[in-house]
Design a protein around this ligand. Structure first.
Ligand code: GUN
Length: 289
């Protein structure tokens, strides 16, 4: 068997085109241009790349993009003052503080300071609670993108066993809530889970979000399973160059899985497309409030 490759690049293109249409429609009916403010503290190279992509794609769909690049030693007081200012700005409909923050800043306090109606990352406790109670708050972008990718290969996932490897607040936990809301039977595995290979092998849907390059082997995968690989790991090659790989041993997994996302070109592009969709939704809600 050779698995279907689920293209995040193609689906993200489609979703971005829909968002661009939605932006035009909102502008023509209400005069409102959705605005996304991106905040980056410090100079983490990976975060700089993500933020540059977010800004570029926000502008490409016709939204207003503002960015705030702050020094690594920015105080909590200064950062919270900026959040207050963005909360009060009617031209800003979405606020994204790129994580991780430098160690002296507490991410939780910063996220809780964001107006939940502008929390397009879906990280504020009000949106987290909404997700777990099947409310209509914002859903974190990476898990939301994964659900869209999964639904391209299988619509009805009720009753399937989903195993999520990784319990982060950005991916693992919200992914569990989303799949539970779709009536999957959900198991969250993590670094202390016993007999992980055997557990993974029981998964109809396997979500890898651990951040360990190629950790999940073909033998851990149930034949025909749908595999969503959220990992983005840069590894060195023998010729001195580097390449990106996921948390799954992709080439070997292709022979066992029913469908699998590649890295790069899987959940990554969908994360930004879902961020744009959430920002359009935030602006739409505010325009009609
Ligand atoms: N860092 C890694 N992923 C994300 C994300 O989805 N949102 C934010 N704000 N920071 C991140």
């Amino acid at each position: 068997m050779t698995a279907i490759r689920i293209s995040g690049t193609a689906l993200a293109d489609t979703l971005r085109a829909e968002v661009a249409q939605g932006v035009s429609r909102l502008q023509s009916t209400t005069g409102v241009t959705p605005g996304l403010a991106v905040v980056l503290v410090g100079e983490d190279p990976a975060s700089q790349v993500y933020v540059r992509n977010k800004i570029k794609q926000t502008e490409a769909v016709g939204m207003r993009s503002t960015h705030h690049l702050l020094a690594a030693d920015t105080s909590a007081t200064a950062l919270l003052a900026l959040i207050d200012q963005l909360n009060a700005d009617p031209a800003v409909h979405g606020i994204l503080v790129q994580l991780p923050l430098p160690p002296h800043l507490e991410a939780k306090a910063v996220i809780e300071a964001i107006d939940p109606r502008k929390d397009v990352d879906g990280f504020h406790t009000q949106n987290v609670g909404s997700l777990w109670t099947e409310g209509c708050g914002f859903v974190p972008c990476t898990p939301l993108g994964c659900l869209h990718l999964l639904q391209t290969v299988r619509r009805d996932i009720a009753g399937l066993h989903a195993v999520i490897v990784g319990r982060s607040t950005i991916v693992g936990r919200p992914m569990a809530a989303l799949l539970l809301n779709e009536s999957c039977t959900v198991t969250i595995a993590h670094s202390k889970t016993q007999a992980l290979p055997a557990l993974c092998k029981t998964a109809d849907i396997l979500v890898a979000a651990v951040g360990r390059p190629q950790m999940i082997k073909a033998e851990w995968i149930k034949p025909g399973a749908i595999v969503l690989d959220v990992g983005i790991n840069r590894i060195a090659q023998s010729d001195g160059s580097t390449r990106l790989v996921g948390d799954v041993d992709f080439e070997a997994a292709l022979a066992v899985a029913g469908a699998i996302t590649p890295v790069p070109g899987g959940p990554g592009p969908m994360t930004i497309a879902c961020l744009l969709a959430n920002t359009l939704e935030a602006a739409t809600r505010m325009a009609s409030a």
